[in-house]
Design a protein around this ligand. Structure first.
Ligand code: CP
Length: 348
């Protein structure tokens, strides 16, 4: 692996002194060599996963379509985390992230504890850090944390015992690093790399931690044209400073795009009315077959999920031949295996 500058390591709380991954909190500032390494390890794991829905996809490289099949989603592939405890702490709802972290941990032979937040003592007023101190006392090794507050995972990483590792599974609007990484693994799989790619990120960028993580990853990996597409009310002021081009007209944003990443309207994070109605939003920004036709003929369509059919994407597109939405989910298991193994120091 290429060396990472010592000054950079000191400034990055995610890295050990040797420049390895101690926590995964954000893609911002993560060295390119580490991002590439995570994708590389994940791609190796993807070959061994049962691919379910993803098997029907037309994989360009074919890598994810060839591996031996396992009979159970829990069967350990590589018992690298045997004897370790992964605690899934989801203070916000999740289907994909929580489940794929659990599958990833079990695939590596770890024990998994899913904290039921609704039934936990958080509802009796216990602070986040007190909850973490108590769970640490139960000999946790890795905390996977989703929280509505931006910065929650950083806070835990700052205050937890030195042997613990924290993986951010989405914090407020701030970051969703494993989603960003699985999106990059998916793009690399279908497009072979990032050189020459035009990527359009469409929709509610303002409230999207996925958009921020994708933009950091794409710029670090050298994607030359990243467009953010949406109404003024859903694009943050100054987003151009992240190295993206702003488009308010969807046809302009999609023209010639190789990759289209659709975003969900994050109604739970909106203060007040930012849109007239979801029907009008679909009329102006929904991805329909006609709009998809202005993108590159071999464009892939992505969405982090959950999708809202008829709001941000038409069913014909979500279920159509260019959609890789369910394949992203499968890559999620492989990427999370790579991340868990790397923060625990058993994969390099
Ligand atoms: N993409 C994603 O984070 O989905 P979940 O909210 O279901 O985890």
């Amino acid at each position: 692996m290429n060396r990472i500058a010592p000054g950079f390591i000191r400034a990055n709380p995610q890295l050990t002194r040797a420049g390895e991954l101690k926590h995964l909190l954000t893609i911002e500032g993560l060295p390119r060599v580490l991002i590439e390494r995570i994708i590389e390890i994940a791609t190796q794991f993807a070959v061994q996963l049962p691919l379910g829905e993803a098997r029907s996809g037309e994989a360009r490289s074919g890598e994810a379509s060839q591996g031996p099949e396992q009979s159970s989603a829990y069967a350990p592939i590589a018992p690298l985390l045997q004897g370790k405890s992964v605690f899934n702490l989801f203070f916000e709802n999740s289907t994909r992230t929580r489940t794929t972290f659990e599958l990833a941990a079990r695939r590596l032979g770890a024990g998994v504890t899913n904290l039921d937040i609704q039934a936990s003592s958080t509802s009796k007023g216990e602070s986040l850090l007190d909850t973490i101190r108590n769970l640490s006392a139960m000999h946790a090794d890795i905390f996977v944390v989703r929280h509505a507050q931006s910065g929650a995972a950083h806070l835990i990483a700052q205050h937890c015992a030195p042997h613990l590792h924290v993986v951010n599974a989405g914090d407020g609007r701030h970051a969703h690093p494993t989603q960003g990484l699985l999106d990059m693994a998916t793009i690399r799989h279908y497009k072979g790399g990032f050189r020459g790619l035009t990527v359009a990120i469409v929709g509610d960028v303002l409230h999207s931690r996925v958009a921020r993580s994708d933009i950091h990853a794409l710029t670090t990996l050298g994607a030359p044209e990243i467009r953010v597409v949406g109404p003024r009310t859903l694009l943050p002021d100054g987003i151009e400073q992240m190295g993206v081009r702003v488009c308010h007209a969807i046809d302009e944003g999609l023209r010639g795009a190789d990759v289209i990443i659709m975003l969900r309207l994050q109604n739970e994070r909106m203060n007040g009315t930012l849109l007239p109605s979801s029907r009008e939003y679909f009329a102006r920004y929904g991805l329909t077959p006609e709009r998809l036709a202005v993108a590159a003929p071999d464009a892939i369509v992505m969405h982090p999920g959950p999708i809202n059919r008829g709001v941000e994407i038409a069913s014909e597109v979500a279920d159509g031949p260019q959609s890789v939405i369910l394949h992203q989910v499968t890559f999620g298991v492989a990427v999370r295996m790579a991340v868990l193994g790397m923060v625990a120091g058993v994969l390099r």
